[in-house]
Design a protein around this ligand. Structure first.
Ligand SMILES: Nc1ncnc2c1ncn2[C@@H]1O[C@H](COP(=O)(O)OP(=O)(O)OP(=O)(O)O)[C@@H](O)[C@H]1O
Ligand SMILES: [Mg+2]
Length: 340
């Protein structure tokens, strides 16, 4: 049992406010991702939950228990960092078993627990090696093993995959997802990688400037971004955001200054119910499974993703259909989403 409730959580470093009155209720067993650009306050938030940073203001609850001033070792949380922080002179088995040894667990019980964890993380053949004899991915699995061996009810992870190459990152991502399904613990996971956030999270808190910009499911964040910052932060290539050049949905009040957003993939061949945009193809980038292109429409240049069988050539004129219901509309002054 470990729901986590942040109420007005604030962290000030002298004159700098790193996290500003953050409210966040994380359900027991939920996979919550804190996502945002560098310096937005993700690590600071995680460290306040872990007890590694003193909380300047606000209240932190684990279930109904107030843990705001509780020291880290009494919080029953396991932390996994970007740097693996393994003990270089200990074997893999000793590294994984160390948290149990610290608690005075009997050696036979430690050996049993280590064997079980090693099995789960495919480390059984490596138990007698030392960290410098392991690859980055193997080291990160040892760090995970050391975190799960105690069966904590809360896992806090700070960019645990960012030191790994792209392929390994993908396989570790699925491993973490499977671990979550299996352990049913509460996960709070920090990343600035939107793909990681979208694939792992039950819910994502998008942060900027120490403030949560939007809290929603991955689908909600992507389909209904709360403001232009969130709209631009998720999606690759980025959403097209234009004050002019995209059709204005009929429900938008006349005279209201708005920014219209079109996701690159939200185009089709012209057809019924679609608004046709006509432009010149400036650049074609085949991506294998689909094609990315730049289309200049009047003054605007749109980045689009289309099926590879469209066989578009640079320099040609292309008509694309846009469903007005798929357009995103934001207030130009406040940047906030407006909806019909
Ligand atoms: N010890 C400190 N003293 C002063 N300012 C700090 C300290 N630690 C962090 N900050 C500031 O607090 C803000 C949030 O930092 P934090 O480390 O939480 O960002 P982050 O979202 O984890 O970024 P990154 O993605 O780069 O890791 C930043 O502006 C940072 O400069
Ligand atoms: Mg950080």
């Amino acid at each position: 049992m470990a729901a986590i409730t942040c109420q007005g959580l604030t962290k000030r470093y002298g004159g700098v406010t790193a996290v500003q009155a953050l409210d966040l209720a994380i359900a027991e067993g939920e996979f919550m991702v804190l996502l945002g650009p560098s310096g937005c306050g993700k690590t600071t938030t995680l460290n306040m939950i872990a007890g590694l940073e003193e909380i300047s203001d606000g209240t932190l609850l684990f279930d109904t228990r107030d843990v705001t001033r509780l020291p880290p070792h009494k919080r029953e949380v396991a932390m996994v960092f970007q740097s693996y922080a393994l003990y270089p002179n200990k074997t893999v088995a000793q590294n994984i078993g160390f948290p149990l040894k610290l608690r005075g667990v009997a050696p036979a019980e430690i050996a049993r627990a280590v064997a079980e964890v090693a099995e789960q993380l495919e480390l059984t053949a490596l138990l007698e090696r030392r960290p410098n004899q392991l690859s980055g991915g193997q080291r990160q699995r040892v760090a995970l093993g050391r975190a799960i061996v105690r069966h904590p009810s809360v896992f806090l992870m700070d960019e645990p995959l960012s030191n790994l190459d792209a392929t390994l990152r993908l396989s570790m991502r699925s491993l973490i997802k499977r671990l979550h399904h299996k352990l049913r613990a509460t996960f709070v996971y920090v990343t600035h990688d939107q793909a990681e956030a979208l694939t792992l999270a039950d819910r994502i808190a998008v942060m900027q400037g120490g403030v949560i910009q939007q809290l929603d499911t991955p689908e909600g964040i992507y389909e209904r971004p709360a403001n232009t910052f969130v709209a631009s932060f998720l999606g690759s290539p980025q959403i097209n955001l234009l004050r002019q050049g995209l059709p204005r949905p009929g429900w938008v009040p006349a005279g209201r200054e708005v920014v219209i957003g079109l996701r690159p993939e939200d185009v089709a061949r012209p057809g019924d119910g679609l608004v046709t945009l006509s432009g010149r193809v400036e650049l074609v980038s085949p991506l294998g499974s689909e094609t990315q292109l730049e289309l200049s429409v009047g003054e605007a240049t749109l980045t689009l993703r289309v099926p590879k069988d469209w066989r578009v050539a640079e320099g040609e004129t292309l008509d694309v259909g846009v469903d007005p219901a798929r357009l995103h509309v934001f207030d130009a002054a406040t940047t906030m989403r407006i909806a019909p």
